[in-house]
Design a protein around this ligand. Sequence first.
Ligand code: SF4
Length: 283
Amino acid sequence: MTGRALITDVQNTWCPGCGNFSLQHTLKNILTEMENEGRSLDNVVLVSGIGCHAKMADYLNINSFYSLHGRTIPVATGIRLANPDLTVICCCGDGDCYAEGLDHLIFAAKRNIDITVLVHNNRVYGLTTGQYTPTSPLGFRGKSTPTGTAEFPLNPIELMLASGATYVARGYTKKMDQLKTLIRNGIAHRGFAFVDVLQICATFFPAADYYTPRVYDLADHDPASFDRACAKAREWDYNSDARIPLGLFYQATFPGFDERMATQGMAAELREKAIRDLLESRI
Ligand code: SF4
């Protein structure tokens, strides 16, 4: 399979200028690199939810599972636990993952499930034509909030740090080189990798003029420091006019859910054997 063959010939219905194109081509380039390095793409699975982002399952020619709204992460978790040889990439929307599926996101981070979650965070429900999501800014005027939202946005970076994610990053669809590095390293990370992607919705939240002058690279930041990661996460609250850090906030090495399960399983076996040996020696 070549890089060119990774894009399907399914009719693409994303709007012109949509940031999903950047994510599609970033993923295509990463998959091509992985294949060139000798990794079989038969062992890669993409899981998507419901929303504009979810069409990635139609537009990328790899194994995929088009799941229910908000249920990408439990599906991805099940796939990963059933077959640890698979590399599982989740494409979620912000409505999909920070609203309907928020509990799944938190528990996957807490358990350190070895999957990579990319949140196409366009900060609006695009497919249903412009309702506000948990990351829409205060006062956002959309179909369901004609006079503006009355609630403050969620800060998913802060939430993921608090939940125990071991790889926490933020990218931007207009910084594709950096985005590729963040996703590639997230896939290589052992454990739960989370990348919040500021994705331009050209039709309902065209925020490039807001993001582009504010973003900066976290190049000098030490991602091993949890406290510094928390401080960096709070620099921009998804609402203010502050500068917006992009890059890797935090990375840690910590046993994953499947490793712990395996270890506990082994310990239980040894315990049973010890009990059997003891009983036999008494006989
Ligand atoms: Fe992209 Fe927004 Fe159009 Fe959906 S509505 S395809 S997110 S530009």
